[in-house]
Design a protein around this ligand. Structure first.
Ligand code: ASP
Ligand code: MG
Length: 405
């Protein structure tokens, strides 16, 4: 008997029929002898629809009320799934984030898990009950409802898998697993059997949309093994786990992200403390900055460019404008026609020349590189958004990712 935490994404529970299918899948596993905790996302595009709805009522809704609103999406699906399971025979009970013991800090819309108290979940499992948990939400020690950031049902699943010491944390989704690149862009992309946690973290934060990066980080920190697989078949999927010969593969995959935007602050004074002031102000407003580029000084001034999520562009521009005179800048420019492509693989640590190969491939494809950032296991480039497909294909080919290793 294994203790299984399964998460189903929004597209897997988008309709009543799909909810009944998920119920049948869960019940089959339960009948085979496993203890089941099922973390569920909101149906289909419910969360997006709720965000839109709020925008039609209020131009700047308060984060606390947004959490009250958004948490309701997962509560609809948890109750419906519990009903569908009960109809098939087994005992089932649905629980909110609070009832399942997900305790968070008070940062609304992006709360962090601070404690896990899954006593009620454990008690129900002990009675042979299938426990259905509303993903994406928690509660503060003071009883305030919070949400865990977009894609946060993944984090709920990983956190519960850790707290319950589950045997496996399965992410059931609308794709078969993790691929060497997005198969919609690269038809010859291959599904990977294994991806290391470090690689998955870089892939997720570089735009691979299958897993929320915070959940990958949590899983890596606490040693939770994640399996990404399809809700619609029984294929084994991809395991996020270290294997012995991982470093033999130089590049595991290519990720891309078209949700970035670039800000350029022109003619900033070239003296100590300016970068601290600029990026300090952005941090204060909770704007996450990704890649930063500063050119060489000319006549005591430099241009500073950085990328942010497109959704944060408004806040980033406001912040820069507010301190523009103080840091001696002449103007602040925005560019949302950018995209990021990233080459990821832990084998890079011990294989030189990966950057050169990547840059040559982009050059041959006629793709101009606007910014570069690297880590030990990643090379990321900012390019024109119109070039992103060509860039991903060129990189996939240059590293022979279509060929099995
Ligand atoms: N429903 C939330 C979202 O769409 C959480 C999730 O699906 O994981 O972001
Ligand atoms: Mg969703």
């Amino acid at each position: 008997m294994a203790l299984v935490v399964q998460k189903y994404g929004g597209s897997s529970v988008a309709t009543p029929e799909l909810i009944r299918k998920v119920a049948a899948r869960v019940v089959a596993r339960h009948r085979a002898g496993d203890q089941m905790v099922v973390v569920i996302s909101a149906m289909g595009d419910t969360t997006d629809d709720l965000v839109t709805l709020a925008g039609r009522v209020s131009p700047k809704p308060v984060d606390r009320e947004m959490d009250m609103l958004l948490a309701s999406g997962e509560r609809i699906s948890m109750a419906l799934l519990a009903m569908a399971i009960q109809d098939l025979g087994p005992r089932a009970v649905s629980m909110t984030g609070a009832q399942s013991g997900i305790i968070t800090d008070a940062v609304h819309r992006n709360a962090r898990v601070v404690a896990l108290r899954p006593e009620r979940v454990l008690a129900e499992l002990g009675r042979g009950t299938i426990v259905v948990v509303a993903g994406f939400q928690g509660v503060t020690a003071d009883g305030e409802e919070t949400t865990l950031g977009r894609g946060g049902s993944n984090l709920t699943a990983v956190a519960l898998a850790h707290a319950l010491n589950a045997d496996v944390c399965e992410m059931n989704t609308d794709v078969d697993g993790i691929f060497t690149a997005d198969p919609r862009l690269v038809p010859e992309a291959r599904q990977l059997a294994f991806v290391s946690p470090d690689e998955m973290l870089e892939l997720a934060s570089s735009g691979a949309r299958v897993l929320q990066s915070r959940s990958v980080e949590f899983a890596r920190n606490y040693g939770v093994v994640i399996c990404v697989r399809s809700s619609f078949n029984q294929n084994p999927g991809t395991l996020i786990k270290e294997t012995a010969d991982m470093e033999k593969v130089v590049v595991r995959g290519i990720a891309h992200d078209v949700s970035d935007a670039k800000v350029t602050v022109r003619h900033v004074a070239d003296r100590p403390g300016i970068a601290a002031r600029l990026f300090g102000a952005l941090a204060e407003r909770n704007v996450n900055v990704d890649i930063i580029l500063q050119n060489t000084s000319e006549a005591g001034a430099v241009d500073v460019s950085f990328t942010v999520k497109e959704g944060d562009l408004g806040k980033a521009l406001e912040t820069c404008q507010a301190i523009r005179q103080e840091i001696g800048a002449t103007e602040v420019l925005a560019d949302s026609e950018v995209a990021k492509v990233a080459v990821v693989g832990i084998g890079m640590r011990s294989h030189p020349g990966v950057a050169a190969t990547a840059f040559a491939a982009l050059a041959d494809a006629g793709v101009n590189i606007e910014m570069i950032s690297t880590s030990e296991i990643k090379i990321a480039c900012v390019v024109r958004r119109a070039d992103v497909e060509r860039a991903v294909r060129a990189l996939h080919q240059a590293f022979h990712l279509d060929q099995a290793t």
